[in-house]
Every structure is written in C-alpha cells, then in structure tokens.
Design a binder for this molecule. Structure first.
Ligand SMILES: [Cu+2]
Length: 138
C-alpha cells in the first residue's frame, strides 16, 4: 500500500517538476545597462522572457526622457546619473523604445505615432529610435 501511494503521488509530482524545468521555468531577475548616446542606444535589442523582473540602468550624455512603448513607462535621464527603471515583463511581444526631448544628431529620426495621452505633455520633439524590447512568452 505504501508503495502504491508513493507511485500515485510522487511520480506525478516529479513529472511536473521535470516538465517545469524543461520549459525554462523560473522567471529571472535581470539587470541590463543601457547607454544612450544621441539617437544610439546600446544594447538596441533587449530580449527577455515573460515575467522576468527587469532592472534597466539608463545613462545618457544628454538629458532625455526614455520611454518604453507598450508598457508605457518612462524615466527622465540626466547626464552623470543612472536612471533606474524597474518592472516585471508581464506582457509579451516586441515593444519599441522612444526618446523624448532635444538630442543632437536626431534630424533624421522618424516621428513615431505619439498621439496617445502619454505624450500630451511633452514638447513635441518625440522620437522613435531603432531599438526594442522583445518579451518571449513562457
Ligand atoms: Cu514615446
């Protein structure tokens, strides 16, 4: 009887554990340093998994508002400081990065679709940059 119990309950438990491990399972805490220089963002492509907790350490040579579209969260970055943006990547997909404000070398930047409320208060110098956050579903 003891053995039957063990087989009945332990085996499925082990199976669930193994399957979870195979799926890459546990969300991770990830810290990513992002450097902004004019319109250039390094790294330009950030790839994470759903439910990872992200800490973005943002630095810029110029005062600028860093905006993660889709998640619609933003941080002001001032020269000589590290702006920290912390959030859980719960939504999946590809989300473009935006910089708002005056930047040198930005004449050739295209203007994104910034008609939503999040942009109502800025000075009109909105810029979508060639960078994105990719969140892979679990
Ligand atoms: Cu924006």
């Amino acid at each position: 009887m003891k053995r039957l119990l063990r087989t009945t309950f332990l085996l499925p438990a082990i199976l669930v554990f193994v399957l979870a491990a195979c799926a890459g399972a546990e969300p991770q805490a990830r810290t990513i340093d992002i450097t902004i220089d004019g319109p250039d963002v390094q790294p330009a492509a950030i790839e994470v998994n759903q439910n990872d907790t992200l800490t973005l350490n943002l630095t810029s040579e110029h005062p600028i508002l860093f905006h993660l579209h889709g998640y619609d969260i933003a941080r002001q970055i001032n020269p000589g400081e590290t702006a920290v943006l912390e959030f859980e990547a719960d939504a999946t997909g590809r989300f473009t990065l935006g910089l708002h404000g005056e930047l040198p070398k930005m004449d050739d930047m295209s203007e994104g679709d910034h008609e939503d409320e999040a942009h109502a208060a800025d000075d009109g110098t909105v810029h979508e940059i060639d960078g994105w956050l990719q969140v892979q579903p679990r």
